[in-house]
Design a protein around this ligand. Structure first.
Ligand SMILES: Nc1ncnc2c1ncn2[C@@H]1O[C@H](COP(=O)(O)OP(=O)(O)OP(=O)(O)O)[C@@H](O)[C@H]1O
Length: 240
């Protein structure tokens, strides 16, 4: 990690505000994520996690605030940021009439990847999606869709990996594969942001967590501070 010190953060968000009409989804949040490290965005339903992730993915424009991703101002470099990031949205993102293989084919074409097929097969096998590689996703269970969304987000080895609720409804083998993807991304020097309301999995996936409540950031904690019953109590106290 020492070589990471002093380098610009992969995500540098200050005073982020996102409003939808009368609703303030995010009310002045700061987020910092570093290369080679996994950061959790923790909080209850409606805390503003997905909205923050959508801003970072270039899907939702910020109402106000400074949003810098991979050293680029997101307002002026949205395409470049999207090219260098991978995003697993909390819902949607899959084409019902396309198969996993077709999703990967399209991703490879859009990103002009070459010799991607072996990696694609390995990724599908890792997530136990090899047998359904050529089945349309319309009939997929929720967990299968989640697993494919993680595969697609990480496939091109992005510098920033944004995973929004990647564990939601996913079985233990899928959780394990997702944890491996996060660890691999960190090991190759990427930054990872994982949004989840699951404290225990946030601790496993990430070495620290930003806790959001009501569109505000209420704490930044090391994962060690969130472990066990004491960690559960500390987390609960931040939510109430
Ligand atoms: N497009 C929208 N229009 C209106 N309100 C919205 C919109 N998107 C989000 N919100 C509101 O903003 C707040 C934050 O929502 P957000 O989805 O970011 O929370 P979250 O922490 O991801 O929650 P969850 O864990 O349930 O996914 C909520 O009150 C939500 O209803």
């Amino acid at each position: 990690m020492s070589e990471l010190r002093g380098r610009a953060p992969a995500v540098d968000v200050r005073g982020l505000v996102v409003r939808f009409g009368e609703v303030a989804a995010v009310s002045g949040v700061d987020v910092r994520a570093d290369l080679g490290r996994a950061t959790a965005l923790l909080g209850r339903n409606g805390a503003g996690k997905s909205t923050t992730m959508r801003v970072l993915a270039g899907v939702v424009p910020p109402t106000a605030g400074h949003v810098e991703v991979l050293g680029l101002d997101l307002r002026t470099h949205s395409l470049e940021v999207r090219r260098r990031s991978g995003y697993c949205p909390d819902v949607g993102g899959l084409v019902p009439r396309a198969t996993p293989w077709e999703h990967l084919q399209l991703a490879a074409r859009l990103r002009r990847l070459t010799d991607w097929e072996d990696d694609a097969r390995a990724a599908l096998e890792r997530f136990e999606l090899g047998d359904v590689a050529h089945r349309v996703t319309a009939g997929f269970s929720h967990g299968m869709g989640r697993r494919l969304s993680v595969v697609l987000a990480a496939f091109h080895r992005p510098e920033l990996l944004l995973l929004d609720e990647p564990f939601d409804g996913v079985d233990p083998l899928g959780v394990e594969a997702t944890l491996e993807v996060v660890a691999d991304a960190c090991a190759r020097g990427a930054a990872v942001l994982v949004s989840t309301h699951l404290r225990e999995l946030a601790i496993e996936a990430c070495d620290h967590a930003l806790v959001l409540r009501g569109g505000n950031r209420v704490a930044e904690l090391g994962s060690a501070e969130l472990v066990g019953e004491e960690g559960a109590r500390a987390y609960r106290a931040l939510l109430d």
